[in-house]
Design a protein around this ligand. Structure first.
Ligand code: 0RA
Length: 639
């Protein structure tokens, strides 16, 4: 039978749509807020593809009042007319727009050409978004005509129609979709800040693009356009730092892979390096990042030797030495990117490392040779870092030896408990004297000890960990624990079975928590491995109505509790631990029968360690981002 020879794409499309709706997790990672944002990224990625191919320089993204989203681009417009290969149930060619919008995996373009933001994390195609939307409309301007097609839950509503005319030169595509509440059943909606962050990054790494984002729900809008691309990105990151030279920029295509990097050294102690693959921020780095870092270290060493700035007797600079004060972006555009996994955003293509090393190495060597003043400044900076690292190592060893001795006496500010059996004892490390006071009064002194730490250790902006080690507060902590540190560490001396970090739920609290986690990770990793380290979770709100009092730990819980207790309920927001009286602190955060403690894993601590330098630096954005991301990764553990 003749029909059997046809590629009956429209039937496949229907089956595909059904599959997406049955298993959204396979296409957009679930049905939570992250998946919801994924829908927007997917549609914007299609427009970015047009920009990367050189046909589009403007994208307008609008969240409407009903939470439908429009993404308008001035690209070529999806072609109108019969598709060259896909056929419908009667063997007639399918309409191209219907192929793009309904055939799962059909993607935007036929044939190669341009970069696709596909593979790994994204690239499930706009058809998946269409399938997960209550309705979608696609409007196309092309060849002087305006066309419109509509879909309901992924299914085309009739045939594409011409609805008007435009100037011949004007072209583009506007996608509008409303996410389907039958699929996204949780009470969720788009978050402006999350989307803004993503759009800002996309505009930095897509040079020439103007990206306007309007949120009609709240009457907010932002427009991004960075003439200098990632060079602007580097300038933006270094806006409050003293730079040692102008931004070094390179852009090159090798074997169909676009490679772009921007590099600038400053007088800072921290490193701010970000990597992107097909405009996606690869927060876990990967081969592009490794390539960038290793080539800089190699080139700096080579140049320093050649120019005699590094003498024969001097050792090579280490990677750490060449990273201090480095701000850089590496962005690759790859036709077939491989990511480590769906969630871990790390680029794995091995060839990328080779190409990035080559391209960056060449450019940076030329820059050093042509700018001896800049080269001198960079190498002087590396020398300082190397010397500081060496001195710090010696100082640290000394502190470690000294604190082993000092740990024989308990610190004065420790309010110890009476119990000696470590399977029962707990040490609360509390931020600030006033919270420490409440904790001391509220605790069960039989098994709970309190050590208040003054927030001051934080204020040493850009403090190095070795300095922190010499700090009196930290010395008190080491003594109280009784384990010694570094090579002298022994769990046998541990005086408390549970060590609990209790900090405010604000930026400073998060800061001090990271600092403590980093400290434990580097100097007492066994304490974490053996499961002794915890984070306390104070409530965010107290909600009271008549005799009924509730403490809640998130905004969502708060809304629920208000519904239960009635709108007249009295709402108190706790900005810090100090606002709670001793009884409240005991009830909500310290009483083992009510409280929630989070067990710290080595992964958490390693993450904090990586974040440490960033938090101690002065770039506000990554810091903010850290706080948001970290808050999500917290797992609950009831004790
Ligand atoms: C198929 C083919 C071509 C462009 C597109 C699709 C296209 C898709 C989307 C989705 C959002 N915006 C878009 N812009 C274009 C190539 C058309 C040609 O060769 O003229």
């Amino acid at each position: 039978m003749a029909e059997n020879n046809y590629d009956v794409s429209s039937i496949q499309a229907l089956e595909g749509i059904e599959h997406v709706r049955k298993r959204p997790g396979m296409y957009v990672g679930g049905t939570d807020i992250k998946a919801l944002h994924h829908l927007v990224y997917e549609v914007v990625d299609n427009a970015i593809d047009e920009a990367l191919a050189g046909f589009c320089n403007r994208i307008d993204i609008t969240i409407h009042k009903d939470s439908s989203v429009s993404v308008k681009d001035n690209g070529r417009g999806i072609p109108v007319g019969p598709h060259p290969s896909k056929k419908d149930a009667n063997g007639k060619p399918m309409e191209t727009v219907d192929v793009v919008m309904t055939v799962i995996g059909a993607g935007g373009k036929f044939g190669g050409g341009g970069y696709k933001v596909s593979g790994g994390l994204h690239g499930v195609g706009i058809s998946a978004v269409n399938a997960l939307s209550e309705w979608t409309t696609t409007e196309i301007k092309r060849d002087g005509k305006v066309w419109k097609q509509e879909y309901k839950r992924g299914v085309p509503q009739g045939k594409i129609k011409q609805i008007g005319k435009v100037e011949k030169e004007e072209s583009g595509t506007t996608q509008t979709f409303k996410f389907d509440k039958q699929i996204f059943t949780e009470d969720i909606d788009y978050r402006f800040d999350t989307l803004v962050q993503r759009f800002r990054e996309m505009s930095f790494v897509t040079r020439g693009i103007t990206l306007k984002f309007v949120d009609e729900r709240a009457d907010r809008e932002m427009t991004f356009h960075f003439e200098g691309g990632i060079t602007s990105f580097v300038r933006y990151l270094n806006r409050n730092r003293e730079n040692l030279h102008s931004v070094v920029h390179v852009e090159k295509e090798v074997e169909n892979i676009g490679i772009e990097a921007a590099i600038q050294y400053t007088d800072a102690y921290t490193e701010s390096v970000y990597s992107f693959a097909n405009t996606i921020n690869t927060i876990d780095g990967g081969t592009h990042l490794t390539g960038l870092r290793s080539s800089l270290t190699r080139v700096i060493n080579d140049y320093a030797r050649k120019s005699g700035l590094l003498k024969d007797a001097d050792p090579n600079f280490s990677g750490d030495d060449t990273r201090e004060g480095l701000t850089a972006i590496v962005s690759v555009k790859h036709p077939g990117p491989q990511f480590e996994s769906q969630t871990k955003v790390k680029l794995m293509n091995p060839e990328v490392q080779t190409y990035v090393t080559q391209v960056v190495g060449e450019t940076f060597m030329t820059f050093l040779e042509e700018n001896p003043q800049a080269a001198k400044a960079i190498i002087a900076k590396c020398l300082t870092s190397a010397r500081a690292r060496d001195a710090a190592r010696k100082a640290r060893d000394l502190v470690i030896r000294k604190s082993a001795l000092e740990s024989l006496t308990l610190p004065g500010k420790l309010a110890d408990c009476s119990e000696r059996d470590t399977s029962k004892t707990e040490l609360y490390i509390v931020e600030g004297d006033s919270a420490g006071g409440s904790a001391k009064q509220g605790r069960d002194r039989h098994f709970q000890a309190i050590l208040p730490l003054r927030g001051k250790i934080l204020n040493t902006e850009r403090a190095r960990l070795d300095k922190i080690l010499g700090n009196n507060e930290v010395k008190a902590l080491i003594s109280a624990l009784g384990t010694g540190i570094g090579d002298n560490f022994s769990l046998e001396g541990l005086r408390y079975g549970r060590v609990i970090i209790m900090t405010d739920a604000d930026v400073d609290g998060s800061h001090i928590r990271t600092l403590l986690l980093t400290f434990f990770f580097r100097y007492m990793p066994q304490l974490i491995e053996d499961g002794h380290l915890y984070i306390a979770q104070p409530p965010l709100y107290r909600i009271a109505y008549k005799n009924n009092v509730k403490y809640v730990y998130s905004d969502k819980e708060k809304d629920k509790a208000i519904k239960e207790l009635g709108e007249k309920a009295n709402l108190q927001r706790y900005k810090g631990l100090g606002e709670m009286n001793p009884d409240q602190l005991w009830d909500t955060t310290m009483n083992p029968s009510n409280r929630t403690l989070l067990l710290v894993t080595v992964d958490d601590a390693a993450e904090a360690d990586r974040t440490f330098d960033m938090l101690m630096g002065d770039a506000v954005d990554p810091r903010k981002k850290f706080i948001q991301t970290h808050a999500k990764s917290v797992r609950n553990l009831d004790i």
